[in-house]
Ligand binder design. Structure first.
Ligand code: FEO
Length: 394
């Protein structure tokens, strides 16, 4: 697949991967590992693929040029979904120079222990390929400390590795060819589940690139679809997510033992609904965590509930909140609720997580002993309504 004249996509489509990052991310639409081959007087490969797809990538390269002709392998990022094929590829092109940041050099060594010819680059450094060149921009923490972007000025092409990607396996390669809803849904899911805690770094990097005033007419990330029709669309979406722009909506997430907490969750949800706040309700023991986090990205309010078990919340919610805590969402409001038998404890534990996550507990928690009465449910309903007003007020 030629994406620009003599620049080829030589990546791999992983149609069936369903879990990523150690089961923290459900890739229900699979993913792709994108690698790009620039054929000029010198030949450069930008990133590689996950190790099980190394031979597939090498075959694709071999259809274009003998792999031995590769002069540079640009390693934008250490993570093994992009570097896994490096050892296998370097067997075929032992004279190729690996190019990346200092942190990339260190990270690759600690992953593969190969004594490769490595050229360390910094922001602003370039490599001349003949008619074209590649310029590098360090992008620490998008997604790891080693990350960088590669830019080809002659083609106005940005290859930002993880940034602007999607876990989205398709036979199409470009944004104008694919299902638009699925594309933006996966881009949002990817941002929410991977990049959410890095918003301030992302905002700064977007500003930095804008100030550089470099033309970008194509963004070719390392996962999913290439943005050629409207690259600004995904940049603007990132700017909005990174700025923590939210809407007056709420997400209620709960886990229940004997349905008492569930009844409370439904009453709170009804209160929010009747006050005109869009709400989504999830029993986390039955729901996909990746989907729930995606829905939370643009919501102003979060409500978490659990039955008490051994003085603590139930484990599915506990696991979910462990992930949630790492997202460090800014500018959100929340409260906790749950049913208990004798001592209670879940509400307090949830409030502790909210504090650790830096999320404001905007309303007192509601704990109800055993099954809620009609009066208890009225209280939950009214708290839902009050929370809706709080969300609208912010
Ligand atoms: Fe797609 Fe951070 O690796």
């Amino acid at each position: 697949m030629e994406i620009r004249k003599n620049i080829f996509w030589v990546g791999a489509v992983d149609w069936n991967v369903r879990n990523f990052h150690g089961h923290t991310y459900t890739t229900k639409r699979g993913t792709t590992y994108n690698a790009y081959l620039v054929v000029d007087e010198k030949v450069a490969l930008i990133d590689t693929v996950y190790a099980p797809f190394a031979d597939e990538m090498i075959e694709k390269i071999s259809e274009i040029i003998p792999p031995e002709k590769i002069d540079y392998i640009i390693a934008n990022h250490v993570e093994t979904d992009h570097s896994g094929a490096l050892p296998r590829l370097l067997e075929r092109c032992p004279r190729a120079k690996v190019v990346g940041t200092q942190k990339c050099k260190e990270g690759l060594y600690k992953n593969y222990y190969g004594n490769w010819d490595f050229q360390v680059v910094k922001s602003g450094d370039s490599i001349d390929l003949g008619r074209r060149s590649l310029t590098f921009l360090e992008a620490p923490m998008i997604h790891w400390p080693d990350s960088m972007f590669t830019y080809c000025p002659q083609e106005q092409l940005l290859m930002p590795n993880d940034a602007f990607g999607q876990h989205y396996a398709t036979s199409e390669r470009f944004d104008d060819e694919t299902d638009q809803c699925a594309l933006m849904e996966e881009a949002k899911s990817y941002y929410a589940n991977i990049l959410w805690p890095l918003g301030s770094v992302i905002l700064k990097k977007i500003e930095e690139v804008k100030k550089m005033n470099i033309p970008i007419t194509m963004i070719a990330p390392s996962h999913g679809i290439i943005w050629r029709k409207d690259p600004a669309r995904i940049v603007n979406a990132y700017a909005s997510w990174a700025a923590n722009k939210t809407e007056a909506s709420a997400v209620v997430v709960y886990e229940t033992m004997w349905k008492a907490t569930e009844k409370m969750a439904r009453a709170i949800t009804q209160g929010l609904t009747d006050s005109g706040v869009r709400v989504k309700l999830y029993d986390i023991a039955e729901s996909d965590r990746t989907d729930v986090i995606t829905q939370m990205l643009e919501a102003k309010g979060f409500v978490f509930g659990s039955s008490t078990h051994d003085n603590d919340m139930l484990p599915a919610l506990g696991g979910f909140l462990e992930l949630f805590k790492g997202l460090r969402p800014k500018g959100r409001v929340a409260f906790a609720f749950g049913s208990y038998g004798w001592a209670g404890g879940a509400v307090k534990e949830i409030e502790g997580v909210l504090q650790e996550a830096g999320v404001e507990t905007a309303m007192p928690g509601i704990g109800i002993q055993y099954a809620p009465t009609a009066e208890d449910l009225k209280r939950c309903y009214e708290q839902g309504k009050a929370f809706a007003e709080e969300i609208k007020r912010r």
